[in-house]
Design a protein around this ligand. Structure first.
Ligand SMILES: [Zn+2]
Length: 150
């Protein structure tokens, strides 16, 4: 494979600002992490995805690794192949909502629930981090939808 030019500092900065420093999948904030998040290619490089803003998203290491070079996956409920959440085309709040306690991401649509499953958005370690962040008032991110208490 030919050597690739790294994504420019300017584009990386623009991706981070646009995402408000949130992983565009699990909504973890880079602000509270001690590792920087990755710049993810929505259409993967392996499928000739571009290094342009409309194909890039801020993603934490885990979401990026879980998504890998996939763009679709099998909906666990219907067994149909559906697109994964696309941060450049889809609105997070249309596909996901926080559980009332703020610890779990619930998929509202086939795209949402498939993405929750495939990217393991409710893995145990991240739930522990959400609980700790919630205890100090920095989770869920401002403006995110949250289910009402019963
Ligand atoms: Zn993430």
């Amino acid at each position: 494979m030919p050597a690739r030019r790294p994504i420019s500092e300017t584009i990386q900065y623009q991706v981070r600002q646009r995402a408000n420093l949130l992983c565009e999948y699990c909504h973890a904030s880079e602000q509270w992490q001690y590792v920087t998040f990755t710049i993810e290619h929505i259409i993967p490089l392996a499928k000739n995805g571009a290094d342009t803003l409309d194909n890039l998203a801020l993603a934490c290491f885990h979401c990026n690794r879980k998504k890998s070079d996939r763009m679709t996956a099998i909906d666990p409920q219907s067994d149909a192949e559906v697109p994964l959440f696309n941060p450049r085309q889809d609105n997070w709040s249309n596909h996901f909502i926080w559980s009332a306690d703020g610890l779990f991401i619930i998929g509202l649509t086939p795209v949402g629930r498939t993405t929750v499953t495939v990217l393991a958005l409710n893995r145990e370690r991240v739930i522990n981090i959400r609980a700790a962040d919630k205890a100090v008032g920095r989770h869920p991110p401002p403006g995110d939808p949250i289910q009402l208490e019963n």
